[in-house]
Design a protein around this ligand. Structure first.
Ligand SMILES: Cc1cc2nc3c(=O)[nH]c(=O)nc-3n(C[C@H](O)[C@H](O)[C@H](O)COP(=O)(O)OP(=O)(O)OC[C@H]3O[C@@H](n4cnc5c(N)ncnc54)[C@H](O)[C@@H]3O)c2cc1C
Ligand code: FES
Length: 385
């Protein structure tokens, strides 16, 4: 029989005797271990059941869903973090992350603010089907997109596009309500004036608080619009910011915002590695992404053999995670943007396309693991999910 390695450690028999004595005389505290686990589970629950207590129309395409806990209290979060909603729509079990737009200093509810995405499965479901009183299941708060006083300068330059405004709303509400010693320059890009989310609230805040500067930038403004027009360019930023050395940069929104704004921020002298980023999902059209193999046909479909499941068909231009979900193979997911590693699958044979910049651990790469939310089949695949 193999010797027990723990029994061979120095002091093992003395510690064993001490534990036996402690048990005998009632000074054993090991029962409290369970209490600690219960406490940690309350702070970091895997699932929360939420009830929609209010729905606020923000713009023609955007609503805020205010959600309260069905049991107990909500776990705390940091302004900028998101929750993932877990849903079953038309027989497909899926998830989507939404940044919390309410401020973390109040713990009674979470707000999420959802914009309609054309043909989008979940955004349309939430906006059209969810009513006051409905329940939703979410993850606990997650994500790294928040202000860290040990790293970031107290002046934040925040660049948002479309629904990417939501984490900044949470941060700004916290700054003004808790009177935090922080300044914000918020550059917010929208397609039209009607699309600007929280416009009236930001204007009110900027008028009242000297430390909050609000610069909406509208791509196609209505006639007579007085503010900045077009995209968020280096020139618009330079005009407002006096230098960059005392500032930290944050950017949040859909992929198109990154492709345009990251080079602009670099051109004013901020290295890319110093820009804190939160990308809102996979690229809208992967075929237009740099490096996409041109030989993959417009309607290319590949066979994916998943260990323990029937083979399925997957489109080349759809993330592998989506194809798996559509075929009833549920892979855990949270961020759906290549950040959290929850959706890893092992590719045993065949090739996937992964957009540049998706973080994959060295060991994952070595053993063939990929993030299925940011991987596109470009050959027949055999995978373990
Ligand atoms: C960390 C994180 C936080 C997020 N927070 C918010 C938030 O606060 N509010 C919010 O409205 N959304 C937010 N999103 C986006 C959200 O998770 C969904 O991606 C979005 O609601 C679309 O989902 P869908 O099911 O409707 O569309 P899908 O069915 O997933 O997609 C349909 C099509 O639209 C494209 N698409 C997907 N998302 C977008 C997008 N955001 N813009 C343009 N095209 C897109 C897809 O590439 C696809 O072609 C966040 C995403 C991430 C990663
Ligand atoms: S779900 Fe987070 S990396 Fe894919």
């Amino acid at each position: 029989m193999q010797p027990n390695i723990v029994e061979q450690l120095d002091g093992y028999s003395e510690i064993k005797k001490e534990i036996e004595l402690a048990r005998k005389y009632g000074s054993d505290f090991t029962a409290e271990k369970g209490a600690l686990t219960a406490y940690l589970n309350r702070l970091h629950p895997a699932y929360i059941t939420l009830r929609v207590s209010e729905i606020i129309t923000e713009t023609a395409s955007t609503k805020t869903f205010r959600m309260v806990p069905v049991d107990g209290v909500l776990p705390p979060f940091l302004a900028g973090q998101y929750i993932a909603l877990f849903l079953e729509i038309g027989g497909v079990r899926t998830s989507r992350p939404y940044s919390i737009s309410s401020q973390p200093n109040q713990t009674g509810f979470y707000d999420i603010t959802v914009r309609r995405v054309e043909n989008g499965l979940v955004s349309n479901y939430l906006l059209d089907e969810i009513k006051r009183g409905d329940t939703l299941i979410s993850s606990g708060p997650a994500g790294n997109f928040y202000f860290n006083p040990l790293i970031h300068k107290k002046t934040m330059v925040c660049i948002a596009g479309g629904s990417g405004i939501t984490p900044f709303m949470s941060m700004i509400r916290e700054i003004i309500e808790c009177q935090l010693d922080r300044n914000v320059y918020l550059f917010y890009g929208s397609a039209t004036t009607d699309d600007i989310i929280f416009d009236a609230e930001f204007k009110r805040i900027a008028e009242r608080f000297d430390n909050i500067h609000y610069i909406p930038v509208v791509e196609e403004p209505a006639g007579g619009y007085q503010g900045a027009c077009g995209f968020i360019t280096r020139d618009i930023m330079k005009e407002v910011l006096e230098g960059i050395d005392d500032k930290s940069f944050f950017i949040c929104g859909p992929r198109g915002l990154y492709d345009f704004c990251l080079p602009q921020v670099e051109e004013i002298g901020v290295p890319r590695r110093k820009i804190k980023q939160e990308m809102y999902g996979a690229p809208a059209n992967i075929r237009e992404y740099p490096g996409w193999p041109a030989e993959i046909g417009q309607d290319a479909v590949f066979t994916v053999k998943v260990k323990g499941h029937q083979s399925l068909k997957a489109r080349a231009d759809e993330p592998l995670l989506v194809a798996l979900e559509k075929n009833g193979v549920v892979v855990p997911s949270l961020c759906r943007s290549g950040e959290c590693s929850m959706c890893r699958v092992k590719v045993v044979s065949g090739k996937v396309f992964q957009p540049a910049g998706v973080l994959v651990r060295k060991s994952d790469r070595q053993f063939g693991y990929v993030h299925s939310c940011m991987s596109y089949p470009i050959e027949d695949l055999k995978i373990v999910a």
